[in-house]
Design a protein around this ligand. Structure first.
Ligand SMILES: Cc1ncc(COP(=O)(O)O)c(C=O)c1O
Length: 285
């Protein structure tokens, strides 16, 4: 359940979730016409906020929607919302839709975008999930060809995530035309011969902030890194396979389609990267 007293932000106001209401003509509701972001917050401090705001701008540009706020205004809103929640670690979710208008596919003119923000407790993976790794299933990627935009039109991803849930797995790893893309709400990285290999940030995957962070940390640590298309057969025979996202951080995959993967245990490169990641997170002071 959710807490209807939790303070959220809607169109200029901080109000209880139970009082936050949007018109049924909002284009987010009617068409899924909007974009979103999720920023992890550790010990009250947002992690990589400039990267998230840059991706928000990219998503807004991609759907032809003017950013309703400057980065400084977004930062102030994020910090104000975070300050109104009782949790140290949070996930700030925010979305911008094209606003409320008579139903017509073409963009309306002179419409004010709808801005909604909420911040929940950040549920990072349990120690058990980190130590044992997690299960995934695989599927052909049947989503549209603009997976690089973080849009709220998430039905393709929702159906993929449900496929995983139906099989007691945490994610569905997807392949398109024989190559690895990503998972329903995470990027996917593999390890081959001690080096990390990742698919390129093209139109078929979301440019993950955690994917970028992981690559940056790998470079600093001297872990070899290759960006190139990853054939399905190579991914399924890799030494390690990981998920990355703002809520999962990095998480090893140890079961694929019901069978043990890569010896059924998180590998050494994963364990190093997980330690590095923990050390990089903002700490309480
Ligand atoms: C489809 C998809 N890919 C990748 C990611 C990972 O992105 P990030 O690391 O910025 O959270 C997400 C995050 O929600 C996602 O929904």
């Amino acid at each position: 359940m959710f807490d209807s007293d939790q303070i959220v932000y809607l169109n200029g106001e901080f109000i209880p979730l139970g009082e936050a209401k949007v018109s049924v003509l909002d284009r987010g509701f009617i068409f899924g016409d909007g974009v979103y972001e999720l920023i992890p917050v550790y010990a009250g401090e947002p992690f990589r906020m400039p990267h998230h705001l840059a991706r928000l701008q990219r998503s807004l540009d991609g759907i032809g929607l003017t950013n309703p706020h400057t980065d400084a205004q977004w930062e102030a809103l994020v910090r104000a919302l975070v300050g109104r929640q009782p949790f140290a670690d949070q996930g700030v979710y925010f979305q911008v839709t094209r606003g409320v208008a008579k139903r017509d596919h073409a963009f309306p003119t002179d419409v004010v975008p709808t801005v909604f923000m909420m911040s929940n407790r950040l549920a990072t993976p349990s120690r058990e999930a980190v130590d044992r790794g997690v299960a995934v299933v695989t599927a052909e990627d049947n989503r549209w060809h603009r997976c690089d935009l973080k849009t709220i039109s998430l039905l393709g991803n929702v159906l993929m995530r449900q496929l995983a849930a139906d099989h007691g797995a945490v994610e569905t790893v997807m392949f398109r035309d024989g190559f690895l893309t990503e998972a329903s709400a995470s990027n996917v990285l593999i390890v081959v011969d001690g080096g990390i290999v990742v698919p390129p940030k093209d139109n078929l995957i979301l440019p993950g902030i955690t994917y970028d962070a992981t690559m940056e940390f790998a470079r600093e640590a001297g872990i070899p890194l290759t960006v190139r298309p990853v054939p399905k057969a190579e991914a399924l025979a890799a030494d390690e396979m990981w998920l990355s996202s703002s809520t999962k951080e990095v998480l090893a995959i140890t079961t694929v389609d019901g069978k043990p993967f890569a010896g059924g245990r998180p590998g050494p490169v994963f364990r190093s990267m997980w330690e590095i990641f923990q050390a990089k997170k903002p700490k309480a002071h």
